[in-house]
Write a protein that binds this ligand. Structure first.
Ligand SMILES: Cc1cc2nc3c(=O)[nH]c(=O)nc-3n(C[C@H](O)[C@H](O)[C@H](O)COP(=O)(O)OP(=O)(O)OC[C@H]3O[C@@H](n4cnc5c(N)ncnc54)[C@H](O)[C@@H]3O)c2cc1C
Length: 572
């Protein structure tokens, strides 16, 4: 599959998200570095990763003699990825990382996902685990594991799910027994473990949630453990294999190259990470990092699907267009096809901005000069995380579905590749906390965060854009913001089941309006620039989203506030 990295769009979205605020805080960060990083990643994505996307889908990863074998070309591509330094962009220089902003890494990973989402999952999980170990690992973990993970010599995985414990982690049963020498022995089974085994690297570092013998029930009794697939000596040398193994691989709708493993622990040696019984809180460092990265998967897969559909629309001829005299017009010249392409382009730009803003907020929460700025940025990061994850991954599915539709019947035929985007996109609303769980998080935790300060600040920021916009677009944005404000007040008051029944519609409303505000911000920024064609394009995108999406915001707010009565009355 071909893929052209949309460097200009990505660089623009990074700027609009506030990357400039990080320049004085991150050594060596400037426009030139950002451009060089984006261009390098674009070359890797289109030259190395995209050509493997189809073979990865067709052949998938296989389990042979108890070990996972990846599709042809993946070992070499991973080597090129790691040797190019792409694994270590945001990692701490103390462990060999480049110390660049998370937001820039997210931008790079949009391209990695767009070209090969199944491949991207492996380093995405490694990066999230690096964050968790940087924060909660022991000195030994930092000395022996982190440098190898940062360089990409070893990869990382995340083990939460068990057959009876999916969204509800309180039901986890995997046991960790003290071994009497300061370590633990794990026994149990996990399912759905992404890249749980593979042939890309000689060792894999697994972060595992498990329960110690006398732990309290529920999530308060979960602790976090690290186990490597091969023993790591004090000198860093690899020893014997650990007693954990992939028992089988799942057969899936999409991301076939990504091995999804059932993992068995049969007395596996493991070490505690952080404090006993604080495992879920520690794992959340990894999960929160991964949630925004999964949002970026939605953006990437949507961009890939969009490029594919646009190319087809510029090739395929059917019927007469009202916009041209040609009796056999390009389907690109039919208003309805143009509508689909415009919807795809606007949603991608909006989701990209939301995800990058979440990345900048996470960076500022660490790096901003004053405690108050860090506190504010942390609130923003917490608020944006469920929206970035859920709204952007829903956009991924919606855009990939439109991509199939633009292709007509050929979209349903595997050869065109449009179907693969659709199949691959479908997992992202499910893992890393389903989008239903993200919506519950938004309503249950983030709406009331700091007594509503997080939501109020974001609403005020969006409102400040309105006076600078023309009456039509500004009016639509104001209507959308009013709808978010009304729904926020109503849901906070309603609470309980009625609020949970409206949670998914509220997250959609919030994403629609926030995305619209970001498109408006982009339009305003380019209007002041020196490229009239670019300004016209950005202004039209904001107008299209205002006309097609923001106008529906009041109805979505009504849906948010409809409560749970009808749900209880329907006979199933
Ligand atoms: C391809 C793939 C890769 C994965 N990778 C990993 C991995 O690397 N590591 C890992 O640990 N896990 C992984 N998972 C597991 C994934 O995170 C879970 O599938 C996901 O969290 C949902 O859990 P579940 O499948 O048990 O669904 P369930 O929890 O059974 O949910 C079913 C439905 O019920 C809803 N639901 C559940 N509880 C509630 C509630 N309290 N309120 C409202 N609605 C609710 C859900 O939103 C969903 O719609 C992966 C899964 C897949 C398919």
């Amino acid at each position: 599959m071909t893929y052209q990295a949309p460097i200009r769009d990505i660089a623009f979205a990074l700027k609009a998200a506030g990357l400039g605020r990080l320049e004085p805080l991150v050594e060596g960060l400037d426009d030139g570095v950002v451009q060089a990083v984006l261009e390098g990643a674009g070359e890797l994505a289109s030259g190395v990763l995209a050509p493997l996307n189809r073979v990865g889908d067709r052949e998938g990863s296989r389990l042979e003699n108890g070990r996972v074998v990846t599709p042809p070309g993946f070992v070499e591509a991973y080597r090129a990825f790691a040797e190019g330094g792409w694994n270590s962009l945001s990692a701490d220089p103390e462990f060999g990382g480049q110390g660049l902003p998370k937001a820039l890494e997210l931008a790079v990973f949009e391209m990695v996902n767009a070209s090969n989402m199944a491949f991207a999952l492996c380093p995405t999980l490694t990066q999230a685990e690096i964050e968790a170990l940087q924060r909660h690992g022991t000195d030994r973990h930092k000395r022996l594991l982190l440098p190898k993970m940062v360089s990409g010599e070893w990869t990382g995985t995340m083990h939460l799910t068990e057959p009876q414990a999916g969204s509800d982690l309180a039901a986890i049963r995997t046991m960790a027994e003290p071994d009497g020498q300061g370590g633990y022995r794990l026994n149990g089974q996990k399912i759905f473990i992404t890249w749980g085994d593979h042939d890309l690297t000689p060792n894999i570092v697994h972060l595992i949630l498990a329960r110690t013998p006398d732990a309290p029930p529920g999530v308060r009794g979960l602790s976090l453990f690290v186990a490597t697939s091969r023993e790591v000596g004090e000198d860093g040398r690899l020893g014997v294999a650990n007693d954990l193994r992939p028992a089988s691989l799942e057969h899936k709708l999409g991301i076939h190259a990504s091995p999804t493993c059932v993992m068995l622990y049969e007395g596996a040696r493991a070490e505690l990470v952080g404090e006993l019984n604080q495992g879920l809180a520690h794992m959340f460092v990894m999960m929160n990092a991964a949630r925004v990265s999964v949002g970026v998967q939605g953006v990437g897969i949507a961009e890939g699907a969009y490029q594919h559909a646009l190319a087809y629309a510029r090739e395929r001829r059917q019927g007469r267009s009202p916009w041209s005299q040609d009796p056999s017009a390009l389907i690109f010249d039919h208003p309805d096809v143009r509508r689909m392409l415009a919807a795809m382009k606007a949603k991608i730009a909006a989701a990209r901005s939301i995800c990058f803003s979440a990345g900048v907020a996470a960076d500022l929460a660490r790096l901003a000069p004053t405690p108050e700025e860090r506190r504010k940025a942390d609130l923003r990061s917490q608020l944006l995380t469920p929206i970035a994850k859920a709204w952007s991954t829903d956009v991924g599915v919606e855009v990939a579905s439109l991509g199939v539709q633009v292709h007509g019947g050929m979209g349903f035929i595997e050869e065109t590749g449009a179907a693969q985007y659709y199949r691959d996109a479908r997992i992202a609303p499910i893992y890393e906390g389903t989008n239903g769980i993200q919506a519950m998080d938004l309503v249950g935790r983030k709406l009331g965060l700091a007594d509503g300060e997080a939501v109020a600040d974001l609403i005020a920021e969006m409102r400040a854009l309105v006076p600078d916009l023309d009456a039509g677009v500004g009016g639509a944005l104001a209507t959308g913001i009013d709808a978010v404000e009304r729904a926020s007040r109503g849901l906070a008051k309603a609470g309980g089941a009625p609020a949970l029944a409206g949670a998914a519609a509220y997250l959609k409303l919030f994403g629609d309006v926030l995305g619209g505000a970001m498109l408006c911000k982009g339009a305003l920024a380019t209007a002041a620039g020196d490229d009239p064609a670019w300004a016209k394009d950005r202004s039209a995108l904001a107008r299209f989203h205002a006309e097609q999406v923001l106008t529906a915001a009041p109805a979505l707010a009504d849906a948010d506030l409809a409560g749970d009565e009808a749900l209880k009355q329907i006979a199933f």
